[in-house]
Write a protein that binds this ligand. Structure first.
Ligand code: ADP
Ligand code: MG
Length: 238
């Protein structure tokens, strides 16, 4: 497990400030959910934590270690994308194994680990298929399996369910709760789905217009939203 801390983290694209200087601390093993309207900077914030976007200013600390200049692979975290981002020419098993192959882990260890993760996500029967032969829900499972195969201390998820139908979203929502319990990893989960936020989060981070509007436990935010934007973001009566 690991803490994730950002200090004065800022992002500008040219003259446009997408993220105002932001501080946030996510505790060891916490399930933090970031909500907010489209374009408010949620993905940009997550990508800077992951090391996929270079901050204009500020720092990212994981377990107290400054990783602001570290490569994504050296941060002890993994990310799940809305678009799944699977390798189309590789089988399910090869997709899941990929992060371990990059690390040149022994073949037997890779096989054992892929089998274990495939079991966790009920992918055992699909290991030889290519992504094109999978449903949306199955593809999302593969992308999650690939993300957790290296046992990351931190799992970042950017609207992981937004491309799935309503029924599957409910099922996967329960699975994320189960996965969190099982992995014990620190999770930072971006969504615009109020129900996902209210049911999954230990704490909700409400963003709006490039800044954090309010942070708190779901029921506290629901009962005492700081402003109308917060109420809207979590579906509370304004
Ligand atoms: P969210 O995930 O909350 O919908 P994003 O973080 O994707 O928001 O985007 C925040 C803002 O930053 C948007 O206005 C978007 O257009 C802008 N933006 C994101 N990436 C870039 C980029 N590479 N260049 C310029 N503007 C960008
Ligand atoms: Mg986004």
């Amino acid at each position: 497990m690991a803490t994730v801390e950002i200090q004065g983290l800022t992002k500008r694209f040219g003259a446009v400030t997408v993220l105002e200087p932001t501080d946030l601390a996510v505790a060891d093993g916490e399930f933090a959910v970031i909500v907010g309207p489209s374009g408010c900077g949620k993905s940009t914030l997550l990508r800077m934590i992951a090391g996929l976007e270079v901050p204009s200013d500020g720092r990212v600390l994981i377990d107290g270690r400054d990783v602001t200049d570290a490569a994504p692979a050296d941060r002890g975290l993994a990310m799940v994308f809305q678009s799944y981002a699977l390798y189309p020419h590789l089988s399910v098993a090869e997709n899941i194994a990929f992060p371990l192959k990059v690390q040149r882990r022994p073949r037997a260890e890779i096989a054992a680990r892929v089998a274990e993760v495939a079991d966790t996500l009920e992918l055992g029967a699909l290991l030889h298929r290519r992504p094109a032969a999978l449903s949306g829900g199955q593809r999302q499972r593969v992308s999650i399996a690939r993300a957790i195969v290296r046992e990351p201390k931190v799992l970042l998820l950017d609207e992981p369910l937004s491309n799935l139908d309503a029924e599957l979203r409910v099922r996967m929502r329960h699975e994320f709760a189960r996965l969190h319990g099982r992995l014990g990893a620190t999770m930072i989960y971006v969504t615009h789905d109020q129900l996902e936020a209210m049911t999954l989060a230990n704490r909700i981070v409400v963003m709006g217009g490039g800044r954090v509007e309010q942070v708190g436990a779901p029921l506290d935010l629901y009962a005492r939203p700081a402003n109308l934007a917060v109420a809207r973001a979590i579906g509370a009566p304004g």
